[in-house]
Structures are given as structure tokens and as C-alpha cells.
Design a protein around this ligand. Structure first.
Ligand code: DX5
Ligand code: ZN
Length: 217
């Protein structure tokens, strides 16, 4: 089963409750929340109050993507704010601290995700596979929505899928539309994060169906 996770980064922040209702109405089961610290990435978005507010507004699975340096400082607080999945970046801290942060997320009973930037080889994820529930392959440089999909990331998906079970969450984030989603699914992705293209779609239900169904890709 393929999961579509619309990114609220591209939504109307003045109306987040309405936007999460629109995600739910589209049939997408997860809402993706991008948190940026102005240091790990050159942009600043999201945070604990936003996750807590969204938790009150929706029963969607809240998929929180932390693009922050030394994420171990904050992961348990994001769990307690209502995140269901907390994804950190492999590049954001030492291997020892990355490992501790993943364990802290799982210790709160939440799913732990590990993301890699375009310049990070998929092989570097291998040593953490048993310690996480999701791997998120960035298909753009993290920091901004609306960028072009990097097709050169597809071999990473093939590599990671070859080393994981079919139901392990293998996600892609950045530049996802029906055409790039089809490429990602064929390479093994089963979680598709989509921001600008989802919120731009005239018919979001049809958009989610196109993303998640191979035959309509
Ligand atoms: C980028 C974020 C993405 C972003 C994707 O750093 O991690 O989640 O919202 O946006 P689109 O789908 O517009 O590329
Ligand atoms: Zn993201």
C-alpha cells in the first residue's frame, strides 16, 4: 500500500484546521509537517506549538520532518506534542546522537524516521535500518517547497528497498507529482510526500489516487 503525505508547508497557515480537513477529505492518511531551524537548512518553519495545534485539529497521522541541527534536543517534545512519526536527518548530528534520538522517539512509542539529503549515499543508512521505522529520501535539497525532482535519487530507493521488507516505510520528499511519483513507486517508495502539487491540484482526491495507484501513474 502506498501512503500519500501532503506537506502543509504549501498550505494556508492562516487556516491550518481547514487545510488538514482538506487533506483528510482527499483520502490521504498522513499530514507531513516540515520543521526548519534556519541552521541545518536556510529556512525557518514549524515548531512545537504548530504540531500541538494540528494534533488538536485532526486525527490524521502527523508525520513530522525535523530539518534541524542536533535534533535529539527536541525529539521527545515533538512526540509529546502529538507527532506520530518523527523523522530526523542523518547529517544533523554524530552517529551516536542520531542513534540516541531514534531510540528516544521509539521510547515514546512513536515511529522513528531517518532522512538523507541528496548528497548523502543510501549506504550510510544501512547501519541504522534496524533502529528506524521509516527512511525518507530527499528528492530535492531540503529547505523549500516547489523545487524540481532529482531523478538521480531513484537508485537510492532501489538500493534501500532491496535491503528492507516490502512494508517498511520508504519515503520520498520533494518535487512529487503523478509522474515523479510513478518513478518513485517503481523504484520501491511507498510513502510519497507532496506539498505544492497537492495543494495546487483542482481535484485533490483524484490527485491522491493518481499518486497512490500504479496503473493511473
Ligand atoms: C522540503 C520539505 C518538503 C516540501 C515538499 O524541504 O521537506 O516536505 O514541503 O514540497 P514540494 O512537494 O512542493 O516539493
Ligand atoms: Zn518534508
Amino acid at each position: 500500500m502506498v501512503i500519500v503525505a501532503p506537506s502543509i508547508l504549501a498550505s494556508d497557515y492562516a487556516n491550518l484546521a481547514r487545510e488538514t480537513a482538506a487533506i483528510r477529505a482527499s483520502g490521504a492518511p498522513w499530514a507531513h509537517i516540515d520543521v526548519m531551524d534556519g541552521s541545518f537548512v536556510p529556512n525557518l518553519t514549524g515548531g512545537l506549538p504548530e504540531v500541538a495545534a494540528l494534533r488538536r485539529a485532526t486525527d490524521l497521522t502527523l508525520d513530522v520532518h525535523l530539518m534541524i541541527a542536533r535534533p535529539g534536543r527536541y525529539v521527545t517534545r515533538f512526540c509529546d506534542a502529538g507527532a506520530d512519526i518523527v523523522t530526523i536527518h542523518l547529517e544533523a548530528d554524530s552517529p551516536e546522537n542520531v542513534r540516541a534520538a531514534l531510540a528516544a522517539i521509539r521510547g515514546r512509542g512513536k515511529k522513528a524516521g531517518l532522512s538523507i539529503k541528496p548528497g548523502t549515499p543510501a549506504e550510510r543508512v544501512m547501519e541504522y535500518l534496524s533502529e528506524c521505522d521509516l527512511v525518507l529520501v530527499m528528492t530535492v535539497e531540503p529547505g523549500f517547497g516547489g523545487q524540481s525532482f532529482q531523478e538521480s535519487m531513484l537508485p537510492k530507493l532501489e538500493f534501500l528497498r532491496a535491503h528492507t521488507s516490502p512494508d517498511f516505510y520508504l519515503g520520498v520528499d520533494g518535487g512529487i507529482d503523478p509522474a515523479t511519483a510513478a518513478l518513485c513507486r517503481r523504484s520501491g517508495a511507498n510513502v510519497l510526500v507532496s506539498g505544492s502539487k497537492f495543494f495546487d491540484a483542482a481535484d485533490r482526491t483524484a490527485f491522491v489516487r493518481r499518486l497512490s495507484q500504479e496503473e493511473q501513474g
